[in-house]
Design a protein around this ligand. Structure first.
Ligand SMILES: C[S@@+](CC[C@H](N)C(=O)[O-])C[C@H]1O[C@@H](n2cnc3c(N)ncnc32)[C@H](O)[C@@H]1O
Length: 178
């Protein structure tokens, strides 16, 4: 019981530290809502990941998408997560499934990510952040032929090569080619 208390306090302290370092807006701009299980499957199918490719999750949360991609498609995963407790959860998940050696987890702002080696980029963010990602794609060096899958939100000035509906509530998943 005491141990649980200590763990909760450590998590609260780390969250507080994250807020101090990165500020509230960055964290609130895309909350911790994880992608839906069925939706993850559809998004990964859409990306047509090949074995050995590099799959990036920008804002990987608890790492569920990353771990599923690595398990199912035998790719390498790279995850960026700003909130330290989620980053720890993602690391723990990778370890639990024996995929730590194939997943590189970074507790870092994805706007500072090096995307040069990415074959597939996955995002589940907000409409506002997706516009910023669109800008980032234009300003950053990214492999020709790389794919970006956005769960839920489109990039306004980019035309998706494919768009699928993944729920009755009209949630879409968008595929972009770079
Ligand atoms: C909606 S959740 C999606 C989590 C995961 N990708 C999934 O689909 O289950 C968005 C995540 O992005 C993280 N995030 C938001 N802005 C970020 C940034 N600039 N750098 C790194 N992570 C960020 C949030 O902390 C949150 O965990």
């Amino acid at each position: 019981m005491l141990d649980l208390f200590v763990v909760i306090w450590i998590i609260l302290f780390l969250s507080f530290l994250t807020i101090i370092i990165y500020g509230f807006p960055a964290i609130l701009s895309a909350g911790p809502i994880p992608a839906h299980k069925k939706g993850i499957g559809k998004a990964l199918e859409l990306a047509k990941i090949k074995p050995g490719e590099k799959f990036y999750d920008l804002g990987c949360g608890d790492g569920r998408v990353l771990v599923k991609a690595v398990k199912k498609y035998d790719c390498y995963g790279v995850g960026y997560e700003l909130v330290f407790p989620y980053y720890l959860l993602a690391k723990a998940r990778a370890k639990l499934y024996g995929k730590s050696d194939k997943i590189d987890m970074k507790c870092k702002n994805f706007f500072k990510a090096d995307l040069q080696n990415a074959d597939v980029i996955f995002c589940f963010l907000t409409p506002r952040l997706m516009q910023k990602i669109g800008k980032l794609l234009k300003e950053t060096e990214i492999k020709k032929g790389a794919r970006l899958v956005s769960y839920g939100f489109s990039i306004k000035d980019m035309e998706p090569v494919e768009k699928i509906k993944h729920s009755k509530e009209n949630w879409n998943i968008y595929l972009y080619k770079i």
